[in-house]
Every structure is written in C-alpha cells, then in structure tokens.
Design a protein around this ligand. Sequence first.
Ligand code: ZN
Length: 115
Amino acid sequence: MAYLNEQTNEIIFNKTDLINAWANAPKISDANPDEFRVCMYCQFPMKKKHYVANHRLKHPTDAWAIDLINLKKPKLVGKNLFAIHAGCFGLRRQENQTRRLKRYNRTKWLMPKNE
Ligand SMILES: [Zn+2]
C-alpha cells in the first residue's frame, strides 16, 4: 500500500499499486493492454515497462508514473490510482477525474500510425 514520505513529500508506491494503477488506465483496442495503455492527459500511448517512480527523473517519452484519480478524496487505495505519462504529470484538468476516466474507458483508442 502506498504511503506519503513526509520528509520528501512524495508518495511511495509498491508493486500492487503499480499493478492497480496500470489496470485503471484506459486500454488501446489494437494494442496488448499488458504492454500499452493510453495516457488520459494527452491521449498518447504509455509503455508498461517504462515505469518511473519519480516523474522528475530522466525518462523516455512513453514512460509512466502514478497519479490519483480523485484529489478531492485523496485516498492511497488501488481504485484511486492510475497510470499517466511521467512527462504529463501536472497536466491534470479536474480534481476528480472519475467521470472523465469512465468516458475514456468507453472510447475506442488506437495506436498512432506512423505515416
Ligand atoms: Zn501523456
């Protein structure tokens, strides 16, 4: 279970948190959900093996970090965690992303095509 390190003011996540956060990110219909998911902040894919614990560290552009779905009820529980791009950290639009996330989960996402 995640906890807040009060000295650094950072949330420390464990392996279960990572699994939950990844599972809560919207799937891409033409990609393996265990490999790619869509970042809700920019609509581009994230790659599962490119996790970074701290978004401020150097990372690939498709790296992901964990954000909270609902900041109004900032509980560090599995259903309140989701994966977003490490580089998109801070681009949140609403404090509570629950409804937006539901809408994203109903949307059919596709991998970008190289043209
Ligand atoms: Zn993004």
